[in-house]
Design a protein around this ligand. Structure first.
Ligand code: BG6
Length: 534
């Protein structure tokens, strides 16, 4: 499309639109887990990118809290070093060409490090003293954002201590200082533990103070699903059970457990990816149009959607575990040989599922989802298959051979949207061939450095909860998968490992689709060559 319109960068073809984003009002951010990977590789680069676009507050305090004894200067230096290591690295989280030292120094001038043990009440007193002193120095008006970038076992404890120390008092009145807490995933390990954590958190905080984060919602392509569906009139009439045959959602990764064996043995692919990331993709595609774009209007529709997903039966789900193999040309070991993984581990690294949504729009439309590690390539896509033409009216073509139309939302990499349909093959006889219409983000918009946390952090600072999970949403998603978690927890599959690293997952996963309809298959796990998409 870019070529047709002769606008290699669509943005520059129309007069620049005024940027609607303004810097957030004064506030302090306190990051728990200041020395951790999430802070170094994602949160700080995101704050730095926000600073570069003028979207950090003028009056600002940034406190890093962690157990290690170190100085503020040492903390700043290590963050700067991580940022530097991204320069020129095509696999780095942030694609930066250089560090803007003036902007970095401006940001660094607001930073301070506080050492302490998150389970010790005394630590919260020193944090309070430091915070109050910096607040009056920088004039942040007492607005505070606490970011829990720590292992999930600390979530409840930190919130309780914040409450006991009087750090999160929040009246919610216009003009009164606000206090917010960002809680990372995993939010619970089961329905019961998610409910218990919600109860613990909500005993201290109001729901409007809680920002349960899912970083998939920070991806532009995920946010774009709402723009595509609700910013265009042409999709709505076909976005339902009348026209859609089924939907496939794939989150394929090439990475393995990457030294996270201990975490993964407790978690597995289902808990790690499904009730959170994959369900977020599902909700974006299937939720009803909201009555407006206010956060509560959108969250209400998402909640309705989660509440309509049928609780999974055991035979709606298939699990897999990777054996040894080759990924991206490199030999890799089996999951059971990874450090900190049991030799007989029953933990799954792949999940395939069939979901049913019991509402008027989707009744009878199966949603197939799969996610796995050590797969052929990295590919996250939502593929919508439309019902076939009712009749093959063309000579030499039978209904059997008429391929279906696909609308494919490519979330990552090679972000874009493709529509596949049939065209006449040039020649004297009427023969069909599949063709592809392509929208590629990179053809239309200049890529900006972005690690995916910028929008989420910005939204926390301005108090927009649209992209964050409400307590009831989280509980509904656990409700859907809990039965399968229980079943899998009590049995060890005899065939593990059952897929080769570098492959497309276990064979049993294909049966999920063919069982419903023998013409249904998973789409290939491969990123098509740029000019060869079909
Ligand atoms: C994390 C999971 O939440 O998401 C990881 O714990 C997974 O196991 C990651 O690899 C995927 O996120 P992204 O943004 O790299 O696709």
């Amino acid at each position: 499309m870019g070529d047709l319109m002769n606008h290699p960068h669509g943005e520059t073809a129309t007069p620049a639109q005024p940027a609607s984003a303004k810097p957030p009002g004064p506030c302090s951010i306190v990051i728990f887990g200041a020395g951790g990977d999430l802070t170094k590789r994602l949160l700080m680069p995101a704050l730095y990118n926000l600073a570069n676009t003028g979207l950090t507050p003028e009056k600002f305090v940034l406190i890093g809290a962690d157990i290690a004894k170190r100085s503020t200067d040492d903390w700043k230096a290590s963050l700067h070093k991580t940022l530097e290591s991204f320069i020129g690295d095509p696999n780095a989280e942030d694609q930066i060409k250089a560090i803007d030292e003036a902007n970095w120094s401006k940001l660094a001038a607001h930073m301070s490090y506080v050492q302490g043990d998150f389970t010790d009440a005394g630590f919260y007193q020193s944090l309070k003293t430091e915070l109050e002193s910096l607040e009056s120095q920088h004039g942040t008006g007492g607005n505070r954002l606490f970011y829990l970038a720590v292992a999930d076992r600390f979530f409840g404890t930190i919130v309780e201590h914040l409450g006991a120390a009087g750090l999160v008092e929040h009246k919610g009145d216009e003009g009164a200082p606000w206090r917010r807490v960002v809680i990372e995933k995993p939010f619970g390990h089961s329905l019961d533990s998610a409910k218990a954590l919600n109860a613990q958190v909500l005993a201290v905080l109001k729901e409007e103070q809680v920002y349960r984060i899912d970083h998939f919602l920070g991806k532009e392509t995920v946010q774009n699903i709402m723009a595509l569906r609700f910013g265009n009139g042409m999709f709505e009439p076909i976005w339902n059970r009348d026209r859609i045959d089924h939907v496939q959602i794939t989150v394929a990764e090439t990475v393995g457990v990457e030294g996270r064996g201990k975490f993964y043995e407790q978690t597995g692919a289902l808990r790690d990816m499904v009730p959170n990331h994959v369900f977020q993709l599902l909700a974006m595609v299937t939720m009803e149009p909201p009555v407006g774009f206010k956060p509560e209007a959108i969250r209400a529709k998402k909640y309705d959607l989660f509440a309509s997903i049928e609780t999974l039966a055991d035979d709606d789900a298939v699990r897999g575990q990777y054996g040894a193999g080759t990924v991206a040309g490199k030999p890799v070991i089996a999951y059971r040989d990874e450090p900190d993984v049991a030799k007989e581990s029953a933990v799954e690294t792949y999940v395939g599922m069939r979901l049913k949504i019991n509402n008027w729009r989707w009744a009878g439309v199966p949603f197939y989802i799969r996610t796995g590690k050590h797969m052929t390539c990295r590919m996250t896509e939502i593929a919508i298959q439309f019902k076939k033409a009712p009749l093959a009216a063309f000579q030499d073509t039978s209904l059997e051979t008429l391929p279906p139309n696909w609308l494919v939302l490519r979330i990552q990499p090679d972000e874009g949207i493709a529509l596949q349909f049939e065209v006449k093959r040039p020649g004297q006889s009427m023969r069909l061939a599949p063709a592809n219409m392509e929208f590629r983000y990179s053809d239309w918009f200049k890529p900006e450095p972005n690690v995916g946390y910028e929008t989420l952090l910005y939204d926390c600072m301005i108090g927009d909860q649209t992209l964050f999970q409400r307590a009831d949403m989280v509980e509904e998603t656990w409700r859907v998968v809990q039965g399968v978690i229980d079943h899998w927890g009590s049995t060890t599959p005899a065939d593990f490992p059952n897929y080769e690293s570098g492959g497309a997952g276990p064979a049993a996963s294909d049966a999920l689709l063919s069982h419903d309809d023998r013409t249904r298959h998973w789409r290939p796990v491969s990123v098509p060559a740029k000019d060869d998409r079909a």
